[in-house]
Write a protein that binds this ligand. Sequence first.
Ligand code: PLP
Length: 441
Amino acid sequence: MLANDLAELDRAHLIHPVMSWRDHEARGPHVLASGEGAYLTDASGRTLLDGFSGLWCVNVGYGQRSVVAAATEQMMRLPYATGYFGYAAEPSIRLAARLAAHAPGDLDHVFFTLGGSDAIDSVVRFIRFYMHAQGTPERRHVISLARGYHGSSTTGAGITGLPAFHRDSDLPLPWQHHISNPYPYRNPAGPDAGAIVAASLAEFHAKVEEIGADKVAAFFCEPITGSGGIIVPPKGWLPAMREACRALGILFVADEVITGFGRTGPMFACEDEGIVPDMMTVAKGLTSGYVPMGAVLMSDAVYRAIRDGSPEGATIGHGLTYSAHPVSAAVGLAVMDLYEGGLLAQGRRVGAHLARRLSAFADHPLVGEVRGRGMLQGLELVTDKASKAKPDRALGIAGKLAAAGIENRLIFRAFADDMVGFAPPLCCTEDDIDILVARLE
Ligand code: PLP
C-alpha cells in the first residue's frame, strides 16, 4: 500500500495517544515499516536511528531473531493459558522465578499484567487487600511526585502528577496526593544533596501529617523521573524516602517501568542505592516491546500478610484474562537471555559513552543541564543559562528540535517545552552513539 493511502486511512480511523488530534490530522502519520538493531526504516525507505527505543521499551533492539523464534515456538505449542483456576504455562512460571531471582531483596512474588498502567492499578488493589488484611483499611491514601508518570488508567493517571493527564477527568482522585520532585537543577536552595533530601523529607512528613499518619497507605516514585523530564534525584534521596516510609508503616512502591532492565545500568535502578521496595512495577524492557507485558513484584512480607490476613487465604477479586500470557512470557525469557548474555554489560559500557558525548552539549547556549544515568539521558533547554529562563511555551522549541531530528534521521523525544530525551537500545555500539551525537549536533 502506498504511503499516501496509509496516511489517509490513519487520519480517518486511527486514534493516536498523547498528542493533538488536530495537529496529527494536519501532519499525518510517520509510518514505520521495519527495524534492525537500533535503526528503523520508514514507509518512504528512509533509515532513522531510534534514539528512544520506541517508547523507551525496545531495550534489546529490533530484529532479535531469538526473541521472534521464542514467540513463534510458544504460539505453535500453546498460544494461551489462563492463570485462573490454578492453570499455568511453563514460560510464565519460569519468567516469574527469573524476575524474583534478579529483583532486590525479598521481591519474590510476581503478578503479570499487560503493561505498566495495569501494573500500577494492580498495586493499588494489592495495597487495599494488604491494608484490610492488616486491620488498617483506613490506610488508603497514596502520595507520589508532582512530575511522576504512572500510566494512563484512571488510577494511574491520578497517581501521575502531570496536569496534562488529569484534564477533564476529575483527577487526581481524593485519595491521591503529590509532593515536589527532588530536582537539583531547579532547587531554589541550590543543588546540595543533603539540603534537597532534607526538604523532600520535610514535605513528605508535612503531607502525611495533613492527610493523617494513619490514613496513608503508600508512596509511589520512579527511581529516576522519566516522562516528567528525566529528573535524577540526588544520591541518598531514595534510601531516605524508603526509610521514612518504613518508619511510618507506609508501603514504598518503586515504579521501574522505564528504569528497569538495564536502562540505567543495573537490571533495576533501585540496585544503584541498595534499596528494597515493598512492591515494584515493571513493563517495557520486560519484553522489550516485542509483545505487551508488565508485572508487579511483591515482597514476601506483603505477600504473606495478604495470604494470611485475608478471608479464605486471599481469594482476591482481581484478575486479567491475559495475565501471565505464555507468548509474552516466552518473549520475556528470550529477552532475559539477551540481557544476561551480555546486553546489560553492553548497555552499561555504551551508556557511559552516551553520557560522556552528551555532556559536551552543556556548553551550548540553549542547554541548561545535561543529566541522566546510563542509557537514559536528557537535555534541559533554557533561553538564558544564567537565569535558567525556560523557553516560551508558544515557541515549542523541544518539539521543533525533535522534528529537526527526524529531518536528520534521528528519533528522540521532546517533553513539554523544555526537555529532549534519549533512551537508545542497549544493543547500540559506541559508533551508533557517535552517529546519534553527530545527527543531534
Ligand atoms: N509507569 C511509568 C514510569 C511509565 O513510564 C509508564 C509508561 O510510560 C507507565 C507506568 C505506564 O505503562 P504503559 O504505558 O505500559 O501502560
